[in-house]
Design a protein around this ligand. Structure first.
Ligand code: FMN
Length: 512
C-alpha cells in the first residue's frame, strides 16, 4: 500500500509532517510505503493525503493529525469513502482540466527518486538534446515559442542563440529562483516537487549554448527548496547526469546552488548576477546584455525556473506539441498561481488563453471571504490591478499589455470589495521605495515622492494639481528608470487610478 503525504513546504506549514507521523503510527503493522511527494497544487486541501488504489490515487484533505486515527480505522489504506475524501485525484476538475507539462510530475512522484523521475518521462529530453547539435537544440527551443516565465516574456531561443553565438572559453547558465513576486510559489513547488526537471533543463541549456557551469540563485526564504535541490544535485552527479561526462556525451557541466539574502531587486537579472558575484545587489546598465557580458563578465543564459523546467518536455516531444498550445504569440502552457483572497488557491497549469475570470471564479471559486471580487493583481507587485470588468481578458502577453496589464510570472492575487485601491497604490510606491537598489534617481526618489503625493491626494489637498503631479511622476518613472523596478511601479498605481478613481476620494489610504 503506497500512501503519499507531501513534503512541500506549503503542506508542511499546515501540518503535513505531523500527519505523516500519525499515519505511520496508526498503520501499526499494516505494511505501508509512505512517500513524501511534492504538492499537487490544491493548496486549500493541504495536507493532502493520497492512497494508491486500483481506481487510481484517491485523495483526502485537508487532513489533520487528529483525523488520522478515524481515517485509518475507516479504511484510508483501501481508499474508502470519508468526509475528507475528495475522490480519484486525476478525475478532480482542478486536475483533469489542467495541461501539466512543466508540472507533469510535481506532486506525483517522490522528488528525489531517479526511478520515479525516469518512469515519469524524465531525462528523455536531455538524452535527445545530447544527440543534437547545439544549434539544433536552440532552434527547437525557438520553434516551440517558449518565452521567459520570469516576467518579461522574452523568447528563450533568441537569448540562447546570442549566448551560443558569443565565443568564449567559459559560459554560464544561471537560473533565477529568487521568486520575489507576491502571490507566486510555482518556482518553489517545482524545485521541491521535481528538482531533477530543473537540473535537466539547465543541462540542456548548457549543451545548447556551450556552458560548463550553472548556478541556481534561490531566495533565502526557501530553505526547503535549497535542501531538496542540493540533494538532487548530489544524486544527479552520482548518476552521471551532471559533472565531467554527462550521460557519456562528453558534455561537462557543473551545477551549484547559491542563496540570496532577501532583496526583491536581486530577482532582476543583472542584480542577481552582481549578487552571485558576491556583491551588493545593484542593477547594471544594459547594454551590455547578460547573454554577452553576464556572470563574471562571461556570456550567460539567465532564465527563470519555469522557463528552464519547460525545456525537457519540449526536447522530449519536439517543439510542435508545445507550439501547438496557447494563443497568438503566447505558446505552450503557463503555470498560474492563484493567491490572495481566494477560496481555492494553488497552482493551475494550462495553455495560454484561458481567461482570468475562468481562473479566478471557476477554478479559484471566487473570494475566500465570500464577498464579491473587486480586482486581481496579476504579475506580482509591479503588475496592474485588473478589475472584474476585464476578467474576460485572455491570458496572453500581448492582450494583457494592450490592456495596460501584464502576465508576469503568472501570479494572480485576488481582492474582495473591501480593498481600498488608493491604499494599494500607495503600497506600490512604498514597496518600490523600500526595495529600490538606489542606483537611479527616478526609482529611488520617485517612489518616495509617489507615497507623499498619493497621501496628499487622499488627504484632499489640491486634488487636481496633485493628480497631475502623480501622472507626471509615473511617466518619469516609466521612461527614466534603469530597470523595471522603477519602470513598472506605475502599473499598479495607474491601474488603481484608472479603474477605481473613487477610492482616491477618501482619506482612508492616508494611514501611518
Ligand atoms: N525573474 C525571475 O525569474 N524571478 C524573480 O524573482 C524576478 N524578479 C524580478 C524583480 C525585478 C525588480 C525585475 C525588474 C525583474 C525581475 N525578474 C525576475 C525578471 C528578470 O530580470 C529576468 O527577466 C528573468 O530572470 C529572465 O528569465 P526569463 O527570460 O526566463 O524570464
Amino acid at each position: 500500500i503506497t500512501v503519499y503525504v507531501p513534503r512541500d513546504s506549503a503542506a508542511v506549514s499546515v501540518g503535513a509532517n505531523e500527519v505523516a507521523a500519525a499515519i505511520q503510527r496508526e498503520a501499526d503493522g499494516t505494511p505501508i510505503r509512505l512517500v513524501r511527494n511534492g504538492s499537487r497544487g490544491m493548496l486549500w486541501l493541504e495536507p493532502f493525503v493520497e492512497v494508491e488504489t486500483e481506481r487510481g490515487r484517491v485523495g483526502y484533505g485537508p487532513v489533520t493529525p487528529e483525523a488520522v486515527p478515524g481515517l485509518v480505522a475507516g479504511g484510508l489504506f483501501e481508499g474508502a469513502p470519508h468526509e475528507l475524501c475528495q475522490g480519484v485525484v486525476d478525475e478532480l476538475p482542478w486536475m483533469r482540466d489542467q495541461q501539466r507539462l512543466c508540472f507533469a510530475r510535481v506532486g506525483v512522484i517522490d522528488p528525489l527518486s531517479t526511478t520515479d523521475y525516469e518512469a515519469g518521462g524524465g531525462l528523455a529530453g536531455l538524452r535527445r538534446a545530447l544527440e543534437l547539435d547545439p544549434a539544433d537544440v536552440v532552434t527547437e527551443v525557438t520553434d516551440s515559442g517558449l518565452r521567459g516565465r520570469g516576467g518579461a516574456g522574452f523568447p528563450a531561443g533568441i537569448k540562447w542563440n546570442t549566448v551560443l553565438k558569443t565565443d568564449g572559453p567559459l559560459k554560464f547558465v544561471c537560473c533565477n529562483a529568487d521568486e520575489g513576486d507576491s502571490g507566486t510559489f510555482a518556482d518553489r513547488m517545482l524545485m521541491e516537487g521535481d528538482p531533477f526537471c530543473l537540473i535537466e533543463g539547465m543541462t540542456i541549456a548548457a549543451h545548447a549554448v556551450g556552458a560548463s557551469e550553472g548556478y541556481v540563485y534561490v531566495r533565502s526564504e526557501y530553505p526547503d527548496a535549497v535542501n531538496t535541490l542540493r540533494r538532487a544535485i548530489d544524486i544527479a552527479y552520482a548518476h552521471g547526469w551532471l559533472g565531467e561526462n554527462v550521460l557519456g556525451s562528453g558534455l561537462s557541466f557543473d551545477l551549484f546552488v547559491r542563496m540570496g539574502a532577501g532583496a526583491y531587486i536581486c530577482g532582476e537579472e543583472t542584480s542577481m548576477l552582481e549578487s552571485l558575484e558576491g556583491k551588493r545587489g545593484m542593477v547594471r546598465s544594459k547594454p551590455p546584455i547578460p547573454a554577452i557580458t553576464g556572470l563574471f563578465g562571461k556570456p550567460t543564459v539567465v532564465n527563470n525556473v519555469l522557463t528552464l523546467a519547460s525545456v525537457p518536455t519540449i526536447l522530449a516531444e519536439g517543439p510542435e506539441r508545445y507550439a501547438g498550445l496557447g494563443v497568438e504569440r503566447s505558446r505552450g502552457t503557463q503555470v498560474f498561481q492563484l493567491a490572495g483572497n481566494i477560496a481555492r488557491g494553488g497552482v493551475f497549469e494550462t495553455a495560454f488563453g484561458i481567461s482570468l475570470g475562468t481562473l479566478v471564479n471557476d477554478y479559484g471559486g471566487g473570494t475566500r471571504s465570500g464577498r464579491p471580487v473587486k480586482a486581481a493583481q496579476v504579475g506580482g507587485p509591479l503588475g496592474s490591478y485588473v478589475p472584474t470588468s476585464q476578467f474576460d481578458l485572455p491570458t496572453d502577453y500581448e492582450a494583457f499589455a494592450a490592456a495596460d496589464a501584464m502576465l508576469g510570472h503568472g501570479g494572480v492575487v485576488v481582492f474582495d470589495d473591501t480593498v481600498d485601491m488608493a491604499a494599494m497604490a500607495r503600497f506600490a510606491m512604498e514597496f518600490c521605495a523600500e526595495e529600490s537598489c538606489g542606483k537611479c534617481t527616478p526609482c529611488r526618489v520617485g517612489a518616495v515622492r509617489g507615497v507623499e503625493v498619493i497621501d496628499k491626494i487622499t488627504g484632499g489637498q489640491d486634488r487636481d494639481g496633485n493628480l497631475a503631479v502623480l501622472n507626471d511622476l509615473c511617466e518619469l518613472m516609466t521612461d527614466g528608470s534603469l530597470c523595471a523596478m522603477g519602470g513598472l511601479t506605475p502599473n499598479p498605481v495607474r491601474s488603481a487610478l484608472a479603474h477605481f478613481p473613487d477610492d482616491f476620494m477618501t482619506n482612508s489610504a492616508n494611514h501611518e
